[in-house]
Ligand binder design. Structure first.
Ligand code: SF4
Length: 344
């Protein structure tokens, strides 16, 4: 047993709530059985880091409108197809004639548009700092090839504003290593110094997660805000400068609605006006609104760490991965799905 593992198992200090802000961490922590190693004084709570889970119903409504009213082919990663909108999911829209194309990267969608010039192809660009650069690369490629029938419906989000919005939800964050590989760690220092927000950047193996959790428990004893990087092999202070420059050259911040968290100022990224021919909102004159969540679903509270999936009366009875009522049960990275798959 490593020192950190022993510390996590035998910890008897003040109760600590640690939020993993990343769906990949949620999934891996369950899959690796890390929760079972923890002392009862350490509680892990899942945050809003699964991009599918935080996609609001209004965004799905816009995608449905593009498919049914404008007859665009919706190119997307598979999970988004089953996320509920206000009235229906894309999967339900398919039975009304919506054309959907599952892709594995935005570049697949560009290739599909090139091969089908008579069709409008809209790629659903969701995700955090890790996936936004690939959406920009796709637009650049479409522009370079002179492709006119490709656009993005953007719901790209940035984590820093979410960390601030979640301030007070937990004693510390387990910062997602892949996001910080892009944005670096200077932000963590800023969060600590300016907002008193604590956390440690973590990788995704069992050893890496245990190390980061152990560091959080050690630091928390002081009672002072802290930050550190337990994933130094990948995450550098300045992050990935080339990716940052690419995104900043093509996109700009915007206010953005997160399922469960509501609108967070400046937490989204949208294409700059010079790329508007690739912006589906401008191209199809959409007027997106927030949409309506199912009032019975407690995804919003799950995403803020206020309740656990098993506190929802629908969990495992009405709402299952086969028949998801809310977004957190759709994605394999969602907290409800992970609780269902791996038990509580
Ligand atoms: S169990 Fe289903 S209905 Fe309940 S919060 Fe999770 S996704 Fe929503």
């Amino acid at each position: 047993m490593s020192d950190h593992q022993s510390l996590l198992s035998n910890y008897s200090g003040r109760p600590l709530r640690i939020m993993e802000v990343c769906g990949t961490h949620t999934h891996e922590i369950f899959r690796l059985g890390i929760r079972s190693l923890l002392s009862k004084n350490i509680e892990l709570i899942s945050g809003p880091g699964c991009p599918v889970c935080v996609t609001p119903p209004g965004y799905i409504d816009s995608a449905v409108e593009l498919a049914l009213k404008h007859h665009a082919v919706i190119a997307t990663f598979g999970d988004l197809i089953r996320v509920p909108g206000s009235e229906m999911s894309l999967a339900q829209a398919r039975s009304l004639g919506a054309k959907l194309k599952t892709v594995y990267s935005p570049l697949d969608a560009v290739d599909f548009a090139a091969d089908n010039p008579e069709k409008e192809v809209v790629f659903l660009a969701v995700g955090f700092e890790t996936t936004t650069p690939s959406a920009c690369i796709a637009v650049k490629r479409a522009a370079a090839l002179g492709i006119k029938n490709f656009s993005l419906l953007t719901a790209n989000k940035t984590m820093p504003q979410a960390y601030k919005a979640l301030q007070g939800s937990a004693d510390a964050f387990l910062y997602p290593g892949h996001v910080h590989a892009i944005i670096g760690t200077e932000l963590c220092e800023e969060l600590k110094n300016d907002y008193g927000v604590s956390g440690v950047v973590a990788g995704f193996t069992a050893e890496a997660v245990i190390k980061a959790l152990g560091m959080i428990v050690e630091y928390a004893q002081s009672g002072e805000p802290f930050c550190d990087n337990a994933y130094t092999s990948v995450v550098k202070a300045g992050g990935n400068v080339a990716a940052q420059q690419l995104v900043n050259s093509m996109m700009e911040p915007c206010d953005c609605v997160w399922r469960g968290l509501g609108e967070i100022k400046g937490s989204g990224m949208k294409l700059k006006s010079q790329w508007s021919e690739f912006d589906a909102v401008a191209k199809f004159s959409l007027t997106p609104d927030d949409g309506k969540c199912n009032p019975i679903c407690r995804c919003g509270e799950v995403l803020k760490g206020i309740c656990k999936p098993c506190d929802c009366p629908l969990f495992g009875k009405v709402c299952t991965p086969i028949n998801p009522v809310g977004a957190c049960m759709v994605s394999g990275e969602g907290a409800c799905s992970a609780f269902y798959q791996y038990g509580q």
